[in-house]
Design a protein around this ligand. Structure first.
Ligand SMILES: O=c1[nH]cnc2c(O)cc(-c3ccc(F)cc3)c(-c3ccc(F)cc3)c12
Ligand SMILES: [Mg+2]
Length: 214
């Protein structure tokens, strides 16, 4: 993904989007990524798989690791019940600034709480913020952090029986240590959803859903 994608996307969004409409924002970002340049958003094809898992789980407390421009945050927030709490963590301040504006323009400020900082430092703070556990976690940040962050979530007591972990990019670029960990761990029941890399029909990728059974 090219340097500065997030700034060029924001410029395009400012010129074209209909404010206050999350679905229009999602479609605008996908259109830009198909027609101008692709970014590392989960995209519309894997996004539909994510939507289905969120709707099936009906979570009230959700965590996303890896906000980037806010695309998947909008997809998730759009499908959450009224009284839910949704936190998204981004370590890159430039990406976070773009995500904040995109989320604000889409009218979803009151549904999404963004935290800026490294996931390893943010995760231990949730208990102190009144979060007992997460019903659903979307892991979509740095592939080398998937395994340590899920281990940390369990250590912090933030997973409970039935908690669902959804991981992007388990084929491309891939997170082999994470896949090995969840699939060989009796505490998780994992399912693989084969798909394609966002905006690249010709490249295989997949989403992994892992249910924590404790
Ligand atoms: O980093 C990512 N985080 C979360 N999701 C990602 C995603 O869905 C896709 C990609 C990706 C896109 C195009 C490509 F050719 C290679 C990889 C990346 C990524 C990984 C390492 C990189 F160096 C740069 C982009 C990420
Ligand atoms: Mg991804």
């Amino acid at each position: 993904t090219a340097e500065g994608f997030h700034l060029r996307l924001l410029e395009h969004v400012r010129k074209t989007v209909k404010p206050g409409d999350a679905s229009n924002m999602i479609a605008t970002i996908d259109n830009y990524c198909y027609t101008v340049e692709s970014g590392m958003n989960v995209g519309d094809v894997k996004g539909k798989i994510l939507d289905d898992i969120v709707l099936e789980t009906n979570p009230t407390t959700v965590l996303e690791l890896g906000t980037f421009c806010g695309y998947s945050a909008l997809r998730i927030a759009r499908n959450l019940p009224e009284n839910s709490r949704f936190f998204t963590v981004e370590f890159n301040p430039e990406h976070a600034a773009v995500a904040k504006e995109i989320i604000h323009t889409a009218g979803m400020d009151d549904k999404i709480q963004m935290l800026i900082g490294p996931s390893q430092e943010m995760i231990p703070q949730f208990k102190g913020m009144g979060v007992s556990h997460f019903d659903l976690v979307f892991v979509d940040h740095e592939k080398d952090l998937y395994k340590p962050d899920v281990i940390l979530l369990e250590k912090e007591g933030l997973l409970k029986k039935g908690s669902v972990i959804v991981a992007d990019n388990v084929v491309y670029p891939g997170s082999p240590d994470y896949i090995d960990y969840v699939r060989n761990n009796p505490k998780f029941k994992s399912t693989n959803y084969m798909s394609e890399l966002e905006y690249h029909k010709d490249v295989v990728d997949a989403i992994e859903k892992s249910i924590y059974i404790g």
